[in-house]
Design a protein. Sequence first.
Length: 236
Amino acid sequence: MEKRAQLYEGKAKKVFATDDPNLVIVSYKDDATALDGLKKGTISGKGVINNRMSNFLMQILEQNGVKTHFVEELNDRDTVVKKVSIVPLEVIIRNISAGSFAKRFGVEEGIVFDEPTIEFSYKNDDLHDPLMNAYHAIALKLATKEEIDTIKSMAFKVNEVLKAYFLKLNVKLVDFKLEFGRLADGTIVLADEISPDTCRFWDAQTNEKLDKDRFRRDMGGVEDAYNEMMRRVFGE
Ligand code: ADP
Ligand code: UDP
């Protein structure tokens, strides 16, 4: 399978057409942005790590009954995925308080919730991805009520599977962002990526951050954190 025309260049990935109208190739870059695009940089080797980790996690999810866009890893940075029409929502699941949740509600990071939370942001750069609830998404026809119900139950299932998986690697899955899309026949599948860019990972013993927060917060050791997550997942 080969890349044809570039359809889109995002902040972290490029998307290419293929000879098959139902498939696209995503190509992972080392580029990183944060703080609503204000902070820009590169994280050397990130594209390779995110590509391989996301594909591996999507395959675990498939084995656990979660439909995903994953088709085939072509090489270190390029993967064939089912082409979807993205539901323009960032779906965020949280197990432990951190980031914007801690800030918005004036609490410290690290509070372990009895039950995971779910929230939606409208994926719209011009509006700075505003927080919205399911009723807002339905009113704006971003998704139907049935699609929202499907997305919610899939997102919580992803959390159950990945939380247990990462705990075995001595990693707490603090929170993460998912994107969903529609196949041509309307089926909702998990799309985009699951990686240290889109999840908060804390070492289970020390709470050391092993994710993009090290870049967002200028903590240093960014590449080391990505490499450590790679090592825990793949033993490399
Ligand atoms: P952004 O658009 O936020 O800068 P990326 O750099 O990751 O993000 O670009 C990848 C783009 O591809 C995103 O807009 C994402 O919604 C989209 N995308 C992810 N998976 C698929 C898919 N299976 N089919 C079509 N588009 C996808
Ligand atoms: N996240 C993401 N993309 C975004 C916003 C958030 O992947 O555009 C992820 C982020 O990595 C974290 C979770 O979603 O794992 C929750 O992020 P939060 O709302 O706390 O926002 P932040 O503190 O990153 O602004």
